[in-house]
Design a protein around this ligand. Structure first.
Ligand code: E4V
Length: 287
């Protein structure tokens, strides 16, 4: 279910960091069809050799993303296996991961943030319709394809990246470190990964977006993070009560009570409307 890419058709360029059991590089792939040579800019995601036993899960994650196509899902061109090296070849998304983009202090407007949240919600809704669980929703896996410039009225465009090695393959500490993105029920039993878990992670991701990429519970050690769930704590609520309500509905400890994707999108639409109204009143008042 994968397009196999020849190792010799790949070129590695600069290193761009790492994920769980993976290293990522900018690169290019060369295809020849109808006698023409095409060079495409790609993202090369290499599975660490020490974790090559996770290669099925590594490719399973990517194949999940390449079985379906949606404008807000990252495109996976294929995989390349070369000796002990397992490489996933993905589309290169210009502005990279949203957490780094927001941390770089880009001041973005409320409507920019709501637009990004809505795009993520529509990707989640699509996955829910296909009965596909992502399992690793966070701003690190939300890639910015277009910056958008609210003064020029152009809006941002994001793509959800692959989930990487499944949470079921990761050690307990790696799962603990994913608090508060990982749903509480997954901590008890990782095979409990369901669509409801993605809604919990969505809540934590929206919290990140509205906190300019500052990670929630940043710097907390694993013991404190575990206690956060054991005492059913919530993230610090936004002053915007309707936004805080949406986040706390998604981060509901009882998974069955989390809202449907349709409800999430409906609530985001009303935040967008009330956000615009508030802006109009402001402008009107100033004028
Ligand atoms: N599928 C992907 C994933 N990440 C990127 C990316 C782009 C960029 N400009 N800086 C980066 N820094 C880290 C990752 C990254 C691109 N495409």
């Amino acid at each position: 279910q994968f397009h196999m890419i020849k190792y010799k058709d790949l070129k590695w360029e600069e290193s761009l960091g790492q994920g769980s059991f993976t290293r990522i590089f900018k690169g290019s792939k060369t295809d020849v069809h109808d006698g023409e040579k095409h060079v495409t800019e790609v993202l090369l995601k290499e599975l660490d050799v020490v974790h090559k036993n996770c290669w099925e899960s590594f490719f399973e994650a990517a194949s999940l993303m390449s079985q379906i196509s949606h404008k807000h899902l990252l495109l996976v061109y294929g995989v390349s296996v070369h000796g002990v090296k397992n490489i996933m070849v993905q589309e290169f998304v210009k502005y990279g991961a949203l957490d780094l983009y927001l941390k770089r202090g880009r001041s973005v407007s409320v409507s920019w943030k709501l637009d990004v949240a809505k795009q993520l919600a529509s990707a989640l809704n699509f996955l829910e319709e296909k009965n596909i669980v992502h399992g690793n929703i966070c701003t690190k896996n939300l890639l910015l394809a277009r910056e958008g410039d609210t003064s020029q009225g152009s809006s941002p465009f994001v793509k959800l990246s692959d989930p990487g090695v499944s949470v079921t393959m990761l050690g307990k500490d790696v799962i603990l470190d994913r608090i508060p993105w990982v749903a509480p029920e997954v901590l008890e039993a990782p095979e409990n990964l369901t669509m409801e878990c993605d809604k919990w992670s969505f809540g934590a991701t929206v919290w990140e977006i509205f906190n300019n990429g500052n990670a929630p519970l940043r710097g907390w050690d694993l013991k404190r993070k575990r206690q956060f769930y054991e005492s059913f704590q919530q993230l610090p609520p936004s002053q915007w009560t309707e936004l805080a309500d949406l986040i706390s509905q998604c981060m509901e400890y009882q998974s069955a009570f989390r809202p449907s994707c349709r409800s999430i999108i409906r609530q985001l639409n009303s935040l967008i409307t009330s956000g615009n109204k508030a802006m109009m009143h402001c402008l009107f008042f100033v004028v």
